[in-house]
Design a protein around this ligand. Structure first.
Ligand code: KG4
Ligand code: ZN
Length: 334
């Protein structure tokens, strides 16, 4: 069974064909990231326009690379939430037109569920239940994955997402967008213990907060500037990355132990961060198994949507041609 997965929730226009929910036959990704880099972050209007430019060609290439025609496809899965609404609507509308013209089923698929499904593509033997930290540009959630389409949110960020923080701090300290990879690279040349940064407090013990961390970084930088002192930027970047990784890994490991999960995973764009992976694996201990998506599937892609779309499809999820996008939708929606 071939599922076509369409993703357009942010700045990647991505289409993939996945066979039987397991084998990636094609995975085409067009990104407008460089253009957004000129503005220091994603400009929603530009993202939408680039999706419109690219989507037909990206979809055709995904079918060509898989050596298939649209008639061979069983169902069309598309990200319908959450994300930038104008960007989402391009992918949704394209998927609707394709479903209408070809008579195929249309399967709405949640973006963060897709990020989790990238784990199944990386580890064919991985099965729920497991605990997953989902950290991306817009979200930082600690999720109990009870089944392929059943989720419980145990905790989340009470202010900014981890990826968003990486992007903002990167900009403040003079590096571009996206900030995560830029900070991770710069941190290799810095001392992660040089700057002491605060651990923000939250009421729910599985929630996290990052806004105080950003303020602390900005204060250090500004006060150095005022005193005419040169900030050791790479060490400040390294200290910031270390703090975020410590906060997220502490939280994940605590939940794993208290809820009794023996499998612990990380997913989403921020899961490409090697220090975060290292710390989670270390803190959960040898009795628990750690999973992270292969690096090429951490960022947004169509294969993760096709893979999750497969589970949604066999679970009976279908959308009509009135399907709309939602900028916000909890991962555990019914
Ligand atoms: O999942 P994703 O590709 O898009 C969204 O759904 O938002 O995540 C993008 C986010 C960006 O904020 C980017 O800076 C961050 O993931 N990111 C990283 C790394 N690679 C990407 N953050 C930390 N370390 C990385 N190596
Ligand atoms: Zn994403």
């Amino acid at each position: 069974m071939y599922i076509l997965g369409i993703e357009s929730s942010c700045d990647e226009t991505a289409v993939s064909v996945v066979e039987d929910g397991r084998k990636i036959l094609s995975n085409v990704i067009y990104s407008s990231v460089e253009e957004h880099g000129l503005y220091g972050g994603v400009v929603p209007e530009i993202a939408s326009r680039r999706h419109i430019d690219a989507i037909s060609e990206v979809c055709q290439k995904a079918l060509d690379d898989a050596n298939l025609k649209i008639d061979d496809i069983e169902a069309i899965a598309c990200t319908h939430a959450p994300g930038l609404i104008g960007a989402l609507l391009v992918g949704i509308n394209f998927a609707k037109g394709l479903a209408y013209a070809s008579g195929k089923a249309l399967v709405p698929t949640h973006h963060l569920r897709g990020h989790i499904a990238a784990l199944y593509l990386t580890y064919p033997d991985l099965k729920p239940p497991f605990l997953c930290l989902v950290a991306s540009g817009g979200h930082s959630h600690l999720v109990a994955v009870d089944d392929y389409t059943k989720f419980r949110v145990l905790g989340k960020t009470i202010d900014d997402a981890a990826g968003e923080r990486f992007d903002k701090v990167s900009r403040t300290l003079g590096l571009g967008y996206p900030g995560g990879p830029a900070i991770a690279k710069a941190a290799l040349n810095g001392d992660k213990n040089k700057y002491k940064l605060p651990t923000p407090h939250t009421e729910n013990r599985y929630d996290v907060s990052f806004s105080g961390l950003k303020t602390a970084v900005i204060n250090i930088y500004n006060s150095d500037n005022m005193k005419g002192v040169r900030t050791d930027k790479n060490s400040l970047r390294a200290s910031f990355q270390e703090k975020i990784a410590q906060i997220l890994s502490d939280n994940t490991a605590r939940a794993a132990k208290e809820y009794g999960f023996d499998k612990v995973a990380v997913a989403g764009g921020v899961s490409a961060n090697l220090r975060l992976r290292e710390l989670i694996e270390e803190k959960i201990g040898k009795d628990r198994k750690f999973y992270a998506p292969q690096l090429s599937l951490c960022g947004d892609n169509g294969a993760m949507i096709a893979r999750q779309g497969y589970y949604e499809y066999i679970n009976g999820t279908r959308a009509g041609l009135d399907l709309n996008g939602l900028p916000v939708l909890p991962i555990d929606f019914e």
